[in-house]
Design a binder for this molecule. Structure first.
Ligand code: SF4
Ligand code: SF4
Length: 153
């Protein structure tokens, strides 16, 4: 049987990206951040708090998932000068914009480019680097495809 031809991802030549610190991604989807247990541990340690203190103070439940609190728009850690726990920000934040959901198709990436002004600037990330970032855990779920949402292209 002939081998099925593998689709070449649109980002195989690599992508330029450098964060400008604009903060737009801290407001995406109402600012919901879904940290892993490890992320919570890092952030708590960064703030010199116990995990219990940290979760009582900064975490909420949204649709049965634990999230960082937000004010209905921004993540609770978003301050005047950007992220106040930048060095200990969760995987979801560290891996943006190279999320599986964003890299799923060229169309999804185009939407991401509109959200993130850092795409197309600065460092060139190779395909291998992007794959490594993409495959880190605790990112947001892939979500429905544009076809399912019946979005006009
Ligand atoms: S939207 Fe992009 S450029 Fe702006 S803070 Fe987020 S990652 Fe950085
Ligand atoms: S933890 Fe920091 S980087 Fe992540 S959404 Fe909140 S403010 Fe933004």
């Amino acid at each position: 049987m002939p081998k099925k031809k593998q689709k070449v991802p649109f980002y195989s030549p690599g992508v330029k990206f450098e964060c400008t610190g604009c903060g737009a991604c801290c407001k995406l989807g109402g600012g919901f951040v879904y940290p892993s247990l490890e992320d919570v541990g890092f952030a708590a340690r960064h703030l010199d708090m116990s995990v219990k203190e940290f979760t009582d103070t900064y975490m909420d439940k949204h649709e049965r998932e634990y999230v960082f609190k937000n004010d209905g728009d921004n993540c609770i850690f978003y301050g005047e000068n950007g992220c106040t726990i930048y060095e200990a920000r969760p995987t979801q934040c560290r891996t943006y914009p190279f999320w599986k959901a964003n890299l799923k198709s060229k169309y999804r990436w185009k939407i991401t480019e509109e959200e993130c002004e850092g795409i197309g600037q600065g460092k060139h990330f190779s395909f291998v680097e992007i794959e490594a970032i993409k495959n880190q855990t605790s990112q947001t779920p892939a979500g429905p495809s544009p076809e399912e949402l019946k979005v006009q292209k």
